[in-house]
Design a protein around this ligand. Structure first.
Ligand SMILES: NC(=O)c1ccc[n+]([C@@H]2O[C@H](COP(=O)([O-])OP(=O)(O)OC[C@H]3O[C@@H](n4cnc5c(N)ncnc54)[C@H](O)[C@@H]3O)[C@@H](O)[C@H]2O)c1
Length: 396
């Protein structure tokens, strides 16, 4: 039996996927309300295909519990934030989970840490906890992207880092129950480093596009057209600029490297700062557009989208929330993916939101926009995501 610890955006789909492919699974989370919701047969966040997968896992016998189970395989997917001052990983959730596992696990149990961790975390923080009990440590970082999680769980390649190649092979077989991608078995530190580097690569490339957006704006040039032409070069592939970077991965994980290796990571540190400053750049653009149109009342400016990316309900580190935090003006806000209110002046009805605003700032390219773009025709629009094709809008 596999006990999946932490049933959030990563742990829940992983547990469901394993169960629906014939593995006996118990999902454990210390959030009692979340466990009760799952026990009542309801999913806890929205994701394409999750309901159907949930139903199939229930049929296969998955159970949910607040208790750690006594078994021989654990998969840990708890949060791994960073310390805002030191930039180093804060491993407290992983440490707490492993301590609880050690208090109930069988001798020779395999403890797979799926949470993203900085290189050396397993050696520095996890291994010392295990002294005195024979367990096998594995790091199997997750690569899936919210919005396309279930497809990617099945089709992405994976990395398994293990001390003992045989244990690595055993864990590979477990993931092979649902994963059709290539599974590489390596050592733990290599697995730790690759995962963080993958997200750092994304962060640095996004920062490059964001810097170009600022440069082109200064020069009065169209950054999208410049990137389009540059990308016709066979060895150039510039990403699109945006209003900032959110989620639990790209704005977080690269800081681990800066925290641990400050003297070796000036490029990464600068890239992270460039991305973090994008909501401020967007704010200054909003102010200029307001001035141009004689708008002085911020409540007439509507921010469309509170989540960190399109078509998900995850708001962690979202550029809109960063903007609101740093520039607390009475903006109107609306997000079609959210049912609960998380910001001041948040509308639940799009028509009312549109009626009350003169300038709409598209912060997230939810699919919902496609069905309402016609109704937005009379508005001044600042489209930071290039979501409204063929419409006359301000661009980043
Ligand atoms: N969200 C993503 O897109 C994504 C993608 C790849 C990797 N990751 C990594 O996966 C890990 C988990 O991220 P997430 O987005 O699923 O986080 P999350 O916050 O959605 O879920 C974590 C869950 O763990 C539970 N939890 C925390 N400590 C616990 C403990 N000691 N015992 C039992 N339950 C505990 C929380 O209640 C929560 O439900 C992180 O390391 C993250 O970096 C996330």
């Amino acid at each position: 039996m596999v006990n999946v610890i932490g049933l959030g955006y990563i742990g829940l789909p992983t547990a469901l996927m394993l169960a629906s492919h014939g593995v006996q699974v118990v999902g454990t989370d210390y959030n009692t309300k979340l466990v009760q919701t799952l026990q009542a047969g309801q999913t806890t966040f929205s994701e394409a295909g999750l309901e159907a997968l949930f139903a199939s896992a229930l049929e296969a016998g998955i159970r949910f519990s607040g208790e750690y189970q006594s078994t021989d395989v654990y998969i840990v997917s708890v949060p791994t934030p960073y310390d805002r001052d030191s930039k180093k990983i804060d491993p407290c959730y992983v440490i707490a989970a492993v301590k609880q596992i050690l208090s109930v696990c069988a001798e020779d149990a395999v403890i797979v840490i799926e949470s993203t961790v900085s290189p050396g975390t397993m050696d520095r923080f996890v291994r010392p906890l295990c002294q005195g009990k024979k367990v096998h440590l594995v790091h199997a970082p997750e690569r899936i992207i919210p919005g396309n999680m279930l497809y990617e769980l099945e089709h992405n390649s994976r990395t398994i880092g293990a001390d003992d190649p045989q244990v690595g092979q055993q864990v590979k077989e477990l993931y092979s129950s649902f994963c059709k991608g290539e599974i590489v078995v390596t050592d733990i530190k290599t697995a730790e480093m690759t995962k963080v580097i993958e997200n750092t690569y994304r962060a640095v490339n996004i920062a490059f596009a964001n810097e170009l957006a600022k440069l082109c704006h200064y020069e009065g040039m169209n950054v999208d057209e410049i990137i389009r032409i540059c990308n016709m070069h066979p060895r150039v592939n510039i990403l699109s600029p945006g209003p900032g970077v959110g989620g639990h991965c790209i704005p977080v994980d690269p800081w681990f490297l800066v925290g641990d290796y400050p003297e070796h990571t000036p490029l990464i540190a600068k890239a992270m700062t460039i991305n973090e400053e994008m909501p401020d750049f967007i704010y200054s653009r909003i102010c200029s557009i307001m001035e141009e149109h004689g708008i002085s009342d911020f409540s007439k400016v509507g921010l469309y989208g509170l989540t960190y990316k399109e078509d998900v309900d995850d708001v962690r580190e979202s550029p809109t929330l960063q903007l609101l935090q740093r520039h607390p003006m009475p903006f109107a806000v609306y997000d079609p993916m959210l049912t609960e209110t998380i910001a001041d002046n948040q509308y639940t009805d799009f028509t009312n939101f549109l009626q009350d605003t003169h300038l709409v700032v598209v912060m997230v390219a939810h699919s919902h926009l496609r069905s309402v773009s016609e109704a937005m025709k009379d508005k001044i629009i600042f489209d930071t995501r290039r979501a409204l094709k063929g419409m006359d809008t301000y661009r980043i």
